[in-house]
Design a protein around this ligand. Sequence first.
Ligand SMILES: [Zn+2]
Ligand SMILES: [Zn+2]
Ligand SMILES: [Zn+2]
Length: 144
Amino acid sequence: MAQEKCNPNEILAKKGIRATGKRILILEELIKDGALINANRLHKKLSRFASIDLVTIYRVLNLFRDHGVLRSVKEENRSELFELACQHHQLHPHFCCKECDETICLEPLNFDALKSLFPMAEGYEVDNLKVTFSGTCPTCRKNR
Ligand SMILES: [Zn+2]
Ligand SMILES: [Zn+2]
Ligand SMILES: [Zn+2]
């Protein structure tokens, strides 16, 4: 059985990132929250109980992204969203609502099924795939 939630220290050690107080603080919050978040929203949440500035948050989020701790979901003209890339958060497509700007996580992808849909030439190793659907979410459709 996989652990229910990841441990910040373990993640950092596994990825070879030095554990500092602020990195742990940010990672703890991301694990607790478990949803898509951007730097501004994270800053608002953390500044309720910690003194941490937005620049630091950006720097740590980018570091985590570059080391594969986080995945980035970036749509045109929107602020970059981040989510954990651990075993509890398998690679999945996103849905972007063009009316309320909300980005929603969809069910994880079945990589084997995808491979038969998009046959690759021999010799390539795929480790990432970004799929985003866009349209109107159920809430916005109801409010029309
Ligand atoms: Zn996890
Ligand atoms: Zn919507
Ligand atoms: Zn997601």
